[in-house]
Write a protein that binds this ligand. Structure first.
Ligand SMILES: [Zn+2]
Length: 444
């Protein structure tokens, strides 16, 4: 894990928030490569979950919502973790994560056994709207994106003119004031979610729970996560939310253990019913064919963007020993991202930076490919070093413009380039005119 964290900082995937001031615990900033990786994950999710489907529409809700939403949803009352304080070193701890020694719970910080009784600690960030900081102006940063979908259900239904079953999807930031943020970007206080609320008739709930579990596993496979490292946990009755009739956790084998990537939950009609009751506004559905009026049930696949990014980073990291023509061995660090989600798709390199013809040809190729994919141009250093830098960034393809490209050695090779493959390090000659059609199907 340390190697991955170190590479992420060194290559500009992820930095600690407010680092020059000592850092802010549980918050992370994505650097130039990290933001591209994260954006590719979100774009692919949006593509398969919204754009390529007739039965799902998107929305983008505000992070701030009326406090009434969080009262009705139950978050104000029950969105809590049990917490204890260590009286010896004053540290605050999750009561359910305390190590035990000889059956006695103790502080992992100082080893002290003088702990307070567990108390409920609400995970929502409280804030005030407007100029007065009193009870009437209180609200919270949203702890999940789902609630804006529920409270806008009627507006979306009326404007998108969808019939059941149909879904509303959203990607956005959420905030939880975790007592112990940990495992790098896995559990942080500010994070991003990709959520779908899929509304259906009550009798279809269990069927769509199965359907979405399968769809979501396919998604993770399609962005390159190994199937052997993905697992489905059937959440036992005792651990499920009381309103849920079935929940699956899709888990991944992280270096720090098997942990949840996504929850797929059948939430019944709980949320819409709560909001209809609290707001007094009807949130029901009228079925034209059966002339029935009812509150739809909902199945929710809820994925964490940052967790997915972390799984992709862990999955991609590889070290191998390579030997060059002179017999010298070295360690190659390579991020084996699926080309679809790789931050940079292709690196373009003129063999020499002081040769005007090579440089201008390379620039032409950059201009040719840039409208279709993320291209990185690099002319500094030996070509082998430039390849290694892109290996660490996870760039699947490298294009080198050399003297053959200019037709100096063999006229037949005029306007061809060396195409290098990151994983195999194999090289082939490809015509410049065919580059886009060779690369595009692999990176989309
Ligand atoms: Zn302590």
């Amino acid at each position: 894990m340390e190697k991955i964290v170190s590479l992420c900082k060194r290559r500009g995937f992820i930095f600690q928030s407010s680092e020059i001031y000592g850092g802010l615990n549980g918050c992370w900033d994505y650097g130039p490569l990290g933001v591209e990786l994260k954006r590719n994950v979100k774009d692919y999710w949006w593509r398969v979950m919204v754009r390529e489907r007739d039965d799902v529409v998107g929305m983008d809700g505000a992070i701030l919502m009326s406090r009434a939403v969080w009262k009705a949803s139950g978050h104000e009352e029950t969105f809590t973790d049990p917490m204890v304080d260590c009286r010896t070193c004053k540290v605050r701890l999750r009561a359910d994560q305390l190590p035990e020694k000889h059956g006695v719970k103790q502080c992992p910080n100082c080893g002290g056994k003088d702990l307070t009784e567990p108390r409920a600690f609400n995970l929502m960030f409280k804030t005030f709207i407007g100029a007065t900081e009193d009870e009437n102006s209180v609200t919270y940063l949203r702890p999940e994106t789902a609630q804006s979908i529920f409270v806008q259900f009627k507006n979306v239904l009326d404007t998108a003119r969808k019939k059941l079953p149909f879904g509303i999807a959203q990607i956005g930031k959420a905030f939880r004031n975790e007592i112990n943020p940990r495992n790098y970007i896995f559990r942080s206080r500010e994070f991003e979610q990709m959520e779908l609320e899929y509304f259906c008739r009550p009798e279809q709930g269990m069927e769509f729970l199965e359907y979405w579990k399968e769809e979501r596993i396919k998604f993770y496979e399609n962005i390159g996560l190994s199937r052997e490292k993905l697992h489905v946990l059937t959440v036992p009755d005792t651990d499920r939310a009381f309103y849920s009739k079935g929940t699956y956790d899709i888990e991944y084998d992280f270096p720090f253990g098997r942990q949840e990537l996504e929850g797929v939950a059948y939430r019944t009609d709980y949320d819409l019913k709560q909001h209809q009751g609290a707001s007094g506004k009807p949130l029901d559905y009228f079925d034209e064919e059966t002339k029935q009026r009812f509150i739809p049930h909902v199945v929710e696949p809820s994925a964490g963007v940052d967790r997915t990014v972390l799984a992709l980073l862990c999955n991609a990291y590889d070290e191998e020993t390579v030997t060059d023509e002179k017999g010298k061995s070295e360690t190659r660090i390579v991020m084996r991202f699926h080309p679809r989600i790789a931050p940079v798709k292709v690196g373009v390199f003129p063999l020499l930076k002081n040769n005007e013809q090579l440089v201008s040809k390379a620039r032409e190729i950059v201009a040719l490919l840039r409208p279709q994919m993320n291209v990185f141009y690099d002319e500094t250093g030996a070509i082998g070093r430039r390849y290694r830098r892109q290996d660490e960034a996870g760039t699947p393809f490298g294009v080198t413009v050399d003297f053959e490209t200019l037709g100096e050695k063999d006229q037949a090779l005029l306007d061809t380039v060396t195409l290098r493959h990151r994983d195999s390090m194999k090289q082939e000659r490809v015509k410049i005119s065919e580059l886009a059609s060779v690369l595009l199907p692999q990176v989309q």
